[in-house]
Design a protein around this ligand. Structure first.
Ligand code: SF4
Length: 302
């Protein structure tokens, strides 16, 4: 007789017993980069009135790659011309010169637009006809707990989840920034390793997994793996960061080279700014559960 597995009911959020805050890699990175920025973005929830053009371009490239794989899964592969035309159409549809900021004075919007097109062309040429692996999911949202009690909850969006020909499950991520990290940095990268933790329940602890980054500007595919011990250490480290976030009261500024890309620079006391009175109230409510924006990794910029 086949044993019946009893699945406990999924815990739901109620007024008396709300679920703990859902964190993400980008939320924790914001805190680590600058607690004041985290405060503006996630505690005060000051609306982001502008967006760096690097992040804007990254989003458009991600949208097109998502769409490309939707068609590729149906074996309806669009031509490279159609892919680039779709990218330009998305760009025109979303671009607002009042809202999209260009920090580098020597660059114009068109140069970023063309850079994104070159990223896509290069990726297309390297992967056509898109049958080297099996796409399991595109833009897959994972929600998971870091601890058995469900106190530390995380979420993330996987650009593409893949089964390689050797059976390995791969977590793919597209990067459009100009910085290509060395292997030793990728071997301790947090984001994709957290997603691996998030997939453990689905695939089981014995499923071989690989973390794969596509650095589109450089035309490089790089990968890394994690041992069970490394994942345990990551769990503990990430819980430590969450505890620091939740204990924080000062939210001090951390001035640095990323400030020029910070959407809150105009409000930042480091630069003589302050919040308008309507924004200056501290809200008790938890910040919303956000989707990590593709291309939102500011460290890519420098
Ligand atoms: S401008 Fe710089 S110091 Fe100020 S909040 Fe932004 S990142 Fe932090």
């Amino acid at each position: 007789m086949v044993p019946i597995e009893i699945v406990p009911p999924r815990r739901v959020s109620t007024l008396e017993d709300p679920l703990p805050t859902l964190y993400s890699h980008s939320r924790l990175s914001s805190f680590e980069n600058c607690p004041k920025q985290f405060h503006f973005r996630y505690v005060l929830k000051v609306p982001q009135e502008s967006e760096g053009i690097e992040a804007f371009m990254g989003k458009r490239v991600h949208e097109v790659l998502e769409r490309l794989y939707v068609f590729a899964r149906r074996r309806q592969i669009p031509s490279i011309g159609k892919v680039v035309a779709r990218y330009y159409a998305f760009w025109e549809e979303h671009f607002d010169e009042e809202r999209v900021r260009i920090v580098r004075r020597d660059r114009k919007a068109d140069s970023y637009r063309e850079l994104g097109a070159r990223c896509l062309e290069g990726y297309y040429q390297r992967h056509f006809p898109f049958d080297g692996d099996e796409t399991l999911a595109i833009e897959e949202r994972v929600i998971f707990e870091l601890d058995s009690a469900g106190r530390y909850r995380m979420q993330g969006i996987i650009d593409r989840l893949v089964r390689d020909r050797d059976g390995t499950v791969e977590i793919h991520d597209y990067k459009t920034g100009r910085y290509l990290p060395p292997q030793k940095q990728l071997d301790v990268d947090r984001q994709l390793a957290l997603y691996q933790i998030g997939l453990e329940k689905r695939f089981g602890p014995d499923q071989p997994m690989r973390l794969v980054w596509h650095y589109l500007q450089q035309g490089k595919r790089v990968s890394s793996t994690r041992s069970p011990e490394q994942l345990d250490a990551l769990r503990a480290d990430t819980i430590g960061v969450i505890e620091r976030v939740e204990a924080e009261e000062e939210f001090s500024t951390r001035r640095g080279k990323l400030c020029d890309w910070c959407e809150y620079k105009v409000y930042c006391p480091e630069f003589g700014g302050s919040l308008p009175p309507s924004e200056a109230r501290t809200r008790k409510a938890k910040p919303p559960n956000e989707k990590a924006a593709p291309g939102d990794d500011q460290l890519d910029l420098v």
